[in-house]
Design a protein around this ligand. Structure first.
Ligand code: F6P
Length: 341
């Protein structure tokens, strides 16, 4: 059997750990040939691939990014769709695919499977916004990076009696903001799920200053003021129709400075949250997902995705994984609100 693996969408720490687990178990335990398609769905559309050997993957467990490259290629808007992918897989004698990705990559995997391609999915994203799994790998690392940044920003904010606004990623889900803000003792956490009142945020910031603490405001890139709209970096959309978010941190810092009369600065953590070495938690989760994806392919259980439920890895239908975004529930946000101001 010849099995292909690919990584699609925004990268995140832990992708290489999945590739390693799939390759080592696929070759060592199942006797498969394993190949890696390059750059997400671009690989199976163009036949760009490389064989993977145990020597290729042994050293990559701790490495961030993906040795296969990634892209946001959408086979249904560019490159020939299912028909082209079936042709390439037949020409390369690839019997099944393991697609590692988020909402968009797995949405393509689901459609491909309905149209005759043997695909198993593995969920990844720093945003942690996939409905069918308790956690995605990449999230824990992103939260650690953001928390470390917040810890450092506390000390410099105190020295200069400034408010610091920390903008984190997460797209339309506030998980990174919620977890890093809570872990880092933020004065306010703003998430896309709950439009905020700028008067109230400014009041909390003011009250922090009155108690001689420099406020740290953690804001998710998708958060928006009451009656306002998401702040966009550009109006352009990617191949899956997503706009590029970013800029709410600077807007907020300017507003807070104007309203409180205190110096306020914005720090955008951006892609640092996606780079570098995965945490031990993410390495283990990614490795387990890879091992279980091999079992799903061996069982012919296509159209499924590995998922974490409690501490168990289970298989769920791909359609379930992409059905709806997992956003921060009101009761989780309420826990964080206790510490605001
Ligand atoms: O989905 C992961 C993510 O990092 C989001 O949090 C963010 O909005 C987006 O990708 C950024 O994408 P890009 O790397 O294309 O700028």
């Amino acid at each position: 059997m010849r099995v292909g693996v690919l990584t699609g969408g925004g990268d995140c720490p832990g992708l290489n750990a999945v590739i390693r687990a799939v390759t080592l178990k696929g070759i060592g335990e199942r006797g498969w040939d394993v190949v890696g398609f390059r750059n997400g769905w671009h690989g199976p559309l163009t036949g760009s691939l490389r064989p993977l050997s145990p020597d290729d993957v042994e050293p990559i467990l701790t490495r961030g990014g993906t040795i296969l490259g990634s892209s946001r290629t959408n086979p249904y808007t560019e490159g020939g769709g299912t028909e082209r992918i079936l042709e390439v897989l037949a020409a390369e004698h690839v019997d099944a695919l393991i697609a590692i990705g988020g909402e968009d990559t797995l949405g393509v995997a689901e459609r491909l499977c309905r149209e005759g391609v043997n695909v198993v999915g593995v969920p990844k994203t720093i945003d942690n916004d996939l409905g069918a799994t308790d956690y995605t790998f990449g999230f824990d690392t992103a939260v650690h990076i953001a928390t470390e940044a917040i810890d450092r920003l506390h000390t410099t904010a105190e020295s200069h009696h400034r408010a610091l606004v920390v903008e984190v990623m997460g797209r339309h889900a506030g998980w990174i903001a919620l977890h890093s803000g809570m872990a880092g003792g933020a004065s306010v956490i703003l998430v896309p799920e709950r439009p905020f009142s700028i008067e109230q945020v400014s009041g909390w910031v003011q009250s922090r200053f009155e108690r001689e603490y420099a406020p740290i405001v953690v804001v998710s890139e998708g958060a928006q003021p009451d009656g306002g709209a998401e702040v966009l970096q550009t109006g352009e959309k990617d191949a899956f129709g997503h706009v590029r978010l970013g800029g709410v941190g600077q807007w907020l810092a300017d507003e807070l400075a104007r309203r409180t009369g205190k110096e306020s600065r914005a720090v955008v953590l951006g892609h640092t949250q996606r780079g570098g070495t995965p945490t031990a938690y993410d390495r283990v989760l990614a490795t387990r997902f890879g091992l279980h994806a091999v079992d799903a392919v061996a069982d012919g259980d296509f159209g499924t995705m590995t998922a974490l439920r409690g501490t168990d890895i289970v298989r769920v239908p791909l359609a379930e994984a992409t059905a709806e975004l997992k956003t921060v529930p009101a009761e989780r946000y309420a826990e964080a609100e206790v510490f605001f101001g």
